[in-house]
Structures are given as C-alpha cells and as structure tokens.
Design a protein around this ligand. Structure first.
Ligand code: FMN
Length: 374
C-alpha cells in the first residue's frame, strides 16, 4: 500500500510519534461564551481524532486583541487554561500528542472584537484588503466584515507582545499541552511583520528582511526559553502563485518567497526548534510548491518538516519517501473523518466533508462524522 510510510513512527522533540499523520490547526469557533473558553464538546472532537501521530490545536488567541473571529478560544485567562485542560486530558487518555497553536491576528480583526472597540493593532497602519474578520451578530450567527485600518504598534507594545507570546506558552504547558506552535502563517501578526506589504516600519522591525524577521526571532526565542526548543514549532505559508486569489494571505505575497522563507527558516534552525510546518496554497488549482524550495527547506532545517494542503495519502507518502517531508497534515479530510489515519492506512473510503458546522455551531458537522464501519 502506497501510504505505508505514513504509518511508521517518527521522533518529534521528546516524543516518539506513532505515525506521520498530523491534525493541523483548524479553527472551528465553538468556544463557550462569554470568555472564549474551550468546552467538553471540543474535548470530544479532539479525543475522536487522537490517533493522529501529532495534533495541533485550532488557533488560540494569546491576548484579547489577538482575536479576529467570534468564538475562537483564547489561552490568556485562568478559565481558558482550565478549559484547555479538558482537551489535553482527553487527548492524552487516548495516547495522543497535542501542541497549542499560539495565534495573534494583528490587523485581521474588527473593532467589534477589540477591547473597548479600539482599532486592531499591526506592524503598520495598512488595512487588510482581501482578508475578512468575523463578528457575532447574535448567538450563533455572525457576519464576515472588512477589517478597518489598524493602529501601528509602538516599540514598547512590540516588546510587551513578545512577552504575551511567552506567557501564552507558559499557559499552554499549564493546560497540559505537550508544546506550542507559533502561528506565523496566513497573513496574521507574525506574517504581517515578515511581509514588506504589511510592514512599512522605519525602525528596527521594518525595512530589510533581517529587520522584518526580528519579531519572529524575538517571539521564537522568548517562547523557546519557556517551553524549550524541543517543544516548539512554527507555521509558515510561503506563497509562490502571485495571482489574485481571494485568500486570507493575499496582499502578503512576497517578491521573492524562496529567499524570504528560507531566511525565516534559518531563524528557526538557529533556535533548534522541533519542527517547521508549511501550509501550502490549498484552493482548487493552486500551484504546487517548487521542488527547489522543498529541497532548500530540507537542507536548511534539521528539525522535522510538516506539509499541509490538499494532500492525499499517496502524495504525502511520496514526499516522505523522497526525503522532503517527515509528517503530512490533512485538514479538511480530518474534519470529516475522525479515524482518518486508520482509513488512510487501510485504504478505506473517506466520508465527504459537509459545509454544515464548519465554522461555529454545535455537534453537527463537528463530532457527528462516523468512524468507518465495514
Ligand atoms: C475550517 C478550517 C480552519 C482552519 N484554521 C486554521 C487555523 O486556525 N490555523 C492555521 O494555521 N490554519 C488553519 N487552517 C488551514 C489548515 O490547517 C490546512 O493548512 C488547510 O486546511 C489545508 O489542508 P487540507 O487541504 O488538507 O484541508 C484552517 C483550514 C480550515 C479548512
């Protein structure tokens, strides 16, 4: 069977993972209100998927300003830490390994989600054009909205934010997570610092690529001091298309994505972190990453490499066999198939994904997808 290699153990930091199938971060907007607190239902959702070799939580905001979508969970209050503890206990009871994805949306937010209705914060006061925020208009209902012009962070605030990442990492360990992943992808705050489109600062955080990577470097170092490099991963979304896709990261397409992201990965290599996760373009007909880029990632980074984006078991296995990837993440297939690893390893058919309950809602489209029955 072509997927066999995905069913082999692999070391990641301290852990020997059972297999190479990853549950990537998937925002599902089901936290308890008020307070953005992880729930028993969320614990059940993650428990169902704990046969993944490795799991990453949905993006979880590190502070109130880090939220860009209604009902996403946070990891800054004591109640939020208690909520996540239910999730990590459920996953560990099934033998799973789970990291928390630390998220700050930066400019991709809206006054309605911000403390005191303030403008969202960002490296520069440059509005996100394509990306949308999502605000609640009632219990369980809401609207996608255009983010306003953000307010540029000052140096003191940048320093405080680095500290908030470190504190969120501490909270994640307190909540029982096995480690953390810094969300540096998809046009959110760290990505906004890296991109010359959204970062037009004239201080040490803007201008040259080295300066634009400074925030990433500082966050990685601060978080690594808390959790240790072996409990740390970073997610990027290098885009090579340059075409006008209606995607959250649009506007952040780099002039030279290869150079930008290989330099970013060098930052990770210097810190010796456990893994880099690459979120590829995932819309229909998206261009594949160039092989030269994948090879450069491998030769630059000595930790584990995870890819996600429209993978089948066969395509993922080929990449692992070619030595270019260590783990493969499956997003939408894992939403629809709680027992995805077993289905992939046995060649069993997959449940189709339903649109219902993808973002927000109840059990429907969340914990009601059946496991395979012959
Ligand atoms: C419903 C949904 C929510 C997502 N939420 C996040 C998120 O919180 N953080 C993140 O880094 N990526 C997020 N992604 C991207 C996925 O992790 C993954 O990269 C993407 O779905 C491509 O994989 P796939 O083609 O196997 O679905 C999300 C994707 C979907 C479909």
């Amino acid at each position: 069977m072509t997927a066999t290699v995905l069913n082999t153990p692999v070391k990641l930091g301290h852990h020997l993972l059972n297999n190479r199938v990853v549950l990537p971060p998937l925002t599902r907007q089901r936290s308890a209100q008020p307070g953005d607190i992880a729930t028993d239902l969320m614990a059940e959702y993650y428990r169902q998927r704990a046969t993944a070799g490795f799991m990453v939580s949905e993006g979880t905001q590190i502070e109130p300003r880090g939220q860009g979508y209604a009902w996403t969970p946070g990891i800054y209050s004591p109640a939020q830490i208690d909520g996540w503890r239910k999730v990590t206990h459920a996953v560990h009871a099934e033998g799973g390994v789970i990291f928390a994805q630390l998220w700050h949306v930066g400019r991709v937010s809206h006054n309605a989600l911000q403390p005191e209705g303030a403008a969202p914060v960002a490296p520069s006061a440059i509005q996100a054009q394509q990306a949308k925020a999502f605000i609640a208009t009632g219990p369980g209902t809401g609207d996608l909205v255009q983010p306003p012009v953000p307010r540029a962070l000052n140096l003191l605030e940048i320093d405080e934010l680095v500290g908030q990442y470190a504190q969120a990492a501490r909270n994640a360990l307190d909540a029982g997570f096995d480690g953390v992943e810094i969300h540096s992808a998809n046009g959110y705050l760290v990505n906004q610092f890296i991109s010359a489109h959204s970062n037009q600062r004239d201080d040490q955080y803007g201008g040259s690529l080295d300066n634009r990577l400074r925030f990433l470097r500082e966050v990685v170092e601060a978080v690594s001091q808390v959790v240790g490099p072996e409990r740390l991963g970073v997610r990027f979304s290098p885009l090579f298309s340059g075409t006008d896709q209606d995607r959250v990261y649009i506007g952040l397409v780099e002039e030279d994505p290869h150079h930008t992201y290989i330099e970013a990965i060098k930052v990770l290599e210097q810190s010796g972190i456990a893994y880099v996760s690459i979120a590829e373009a995932d819309w229909d007909n998206a261009p594949d990453l160039p092989d030269s880029f994948r090879q450069a990632v491998r030769s630059t980074f000595s930790g584990r490499i995870i890819y996600a984006g429209r993978y089948t078991a066969e395509r993922g296995a080929r990449l692992v066999e070619a030595g270019l990837a260590d783990l493969i993440a499956f997003g939408r297939p894992f939403i629809a198939n709680p027992d995805l690893p077993q289905r992939l390893f046995n060649g069993w058919p997959l449940n189709p994904l339903r649109a219902e309950g993808m973002y927000g809602g109840s059990e429907l489209g969340y914990v009601d997808y059946p496991a395979y029955a012959e």
